[in-house]
Ligand binder design. Structure first.
Ligand code: SF4
Length: 417
């Protein structure tokens, strides 16, 4: 009998998150390599090489959700990191500084003693990819410089036109080859292509189950509140190349399908309006944002952000894998981004859209201003935006959020009147 037998999806999510952190700590203790990775960089190469993985964006999100990000941000502030840098990066730099201090002195710094931050070890190498933003290049270069460790960069061109040209896919496939060469050099081991194929197949099984969950919000009423995707995202980011993600998402999709068949809906009969949330969650205020919308009967049935990990490709085909890692909607032209979002709004049968103008995430936020008008024009759905930040609580005002979503609720009602 396995420890996970009979666990609900929510329990599996917590169990595997803790297991991943423990595996990284154990690897460090045993002198095996630990890699810190950008969230949409391909994990397939490091997993094939048995390298333990830690994902700073998810780690920072967890710290934010547990109300511990301000402490890390203040450490980064004191080190001179500018407040205009993405707060995921600043939370991570703060954590890295404290862990470095601990390694040097052997003493746990005061800021870490009471911190809710998951205690993950410092990396022996980092891997990053600019398929969601260029901040990730400078952030990881900085980590590598501060810790004097290797940095693997998968450089992905921005897609100004669609479909993605073959030369672009070839260029990215070349980056993959170079990452493999670097890993062989770092580990002193030959890359096992047979194992790599199995890792790719596992990744595809995880993605398939993730997509199965996401599609369930198209039902009206919906068995799924997409706020849950924000929580479950931790595993599509950190464990998509492992069985952990597939197992959890399959269990979750089965539970939701059971609920749908038995007319058990997320809002239990109180679903009044359906909205798309465009952008990252406000982690320190996840509960507040969810409750404010719920009080208005507004359920989230659309969100493009979790779709960043819809990384479908053909195992064994590097060009296909290259395409999956570059067609991320925020790495494409405005026209394509608008098309993706329109499909989300229509697929989720949404009545309105909430745009998070995220001070951290410049690219997403700047594009949102234009996207909002295009989507309103095409789908005739009203929208509102609010100012926020995914992990810097100083940049979010609950009262502003509440008045904006109240206004959206009124606009949605007025449209039906
Ligand atoms: S939040 Fe935005 S700026 Fe920060 S790492 Fe993610 S994509 Fe980049």
């Amino acid at each position: 009998m396995k420890e996970t037998d009979g666990m609900k999806a929510k329990e599996l999510l917590a169990y595997y998150q803790e297991k991943l952190d423990e595996e990284a700590r154990q690897a460090k203790k045993e002198g095996r390599l630990v890699c810190w990775s950008a969230s949409v960089a391909p994990p397939e190469f490091c997993v094939t090489m048995d390298i333990a993985m830690v994902y700073p964006e998810t780690h920072a999100a967890g710290i934010g959700a547990r109300k511990g990000s301000l402490t890390m941000l203040e450490v980064a502030d004191r080190k001179g990191y500018n407040v205009d840098i993405c707060s995921y990066a600043r939370v991570n730099m703060g954590y890295m500084e404290l862990m470095k201090q601990q390694a040097l002195t052997g003493e746990v710094p005061e800021e870490l003693k009471d911190s809710p931050a998951a205690k993950v070890p410092l990396p022996d190498l980092v891997i990053t990819c600019n398929n969601i933003c260029n901040t990730l290049l400078k952030w990881y270069e900085n980590l590598a410089k501060e810790l004097n460790i290797p940095c693997i960069i998968i450089d992905v061109p921005f897609n100004h036109t669609m479909p993605i040209p073959q030369y672009s896919k070839d260029y990215i496939a070349g980056q993959f080859d170079e990452a493999i060469r670097q890993l062989e050099e770092i580990t002193g081991k030959k890359f096992d292509y047979d194992k790599f194929l199995e890792v790719q197949k596992q990744t595809q099984r995880s993605v398939k189950e993730w997509n199965r969950v996401a599609k369930l919000s198209s039902y009206k009423p919906s068995p799924l509140n997409c706020f849950d995707l924000f929580n479950y995202m931790a595993l599509i980011v950190c464990a998509r190349s492992l069985y952990y993600a597939e197992h959890t998402f399959k269990t979750f999709a089965d539970e939701l399908e059971y609920n749908l068949a038995n007319e058990i809906y997320a809002f239990k009969g109180a679903e009044k309006k359906r909205i798309t949330w465009e952008g990252i969650a406000v982690w320190p205020y996840l509960g507040h944002t969810f409750k404010s919308l719920k009080a208005l009967g507004s359920i989230m049935t659309g969100s493009a952000y979790p779709g960043l990990w819809n990384l479908e490709y053909t195992p064994g085909d590097m060009s296909s894998m290259a395409e999956a890692y570059t067609r991320i909607y925020i790495n494409t032209c405005l026209e394509n981004k608008a098309k993706v979002l329109q499909d989300i709004v229509e697929g989720g049968k949404c009545d309105g859209v909430v745009y998070h103008l995220n001070r951290s995430c410049k690219l997403m936020s700047f594009l949102n201003v234009e996207t909002a008008e295009i989507i309103e024009e095409r789908t005739k759905t009203p929208y509102v935006s609010f100012d926020g930040d995914q992990t810097d609580p100083r940049n979010f005002a609950p009262a502003q959020f509440d008045t904006r979503v109240q206004a959206l609720s009124e606009m949605m009602d007025a449209k039906d009147a």
